[in-house]
Design a protein around this ligand. Structure first.
Ligand code: FES
Length: 67
């Protein structure tokens, strides 16, 4: 499923960016090598980032302990 329609960024790409250290939508765009266009995906992207961070912490609490 796409999080960002303008730049065709999928949930799995957001997840990969988060696992590489992204914590803000701007970080995700940078990690994907893309620039935001309309910005309407920002809320959904923030929510996905938070879910992924929380999920990763629940699955492997020691992996992200340095955040
Ligand atoms: S939907 Fe992401 S920039 Fe437009």
């Amino acid at each position: 499923m796409f999080i960002c329609i303008c730049q065709a960024i999928r949930e799995r790409e957001v997840d990969a960016a988060v696992r590489a250290g992204a914590r803000r939508p701007a970080d995700v765009f940078r990690a994907c090598g893309k620039n935001p266009q309309c910005g309407s995906c920002a809320c959904d992207m923030r929510e996905r980032i938070a879910q992924t961070v929380a999920g990763d912490r629940a699955a492997a609490p020691n992996l992200l302990a340095a955040d």
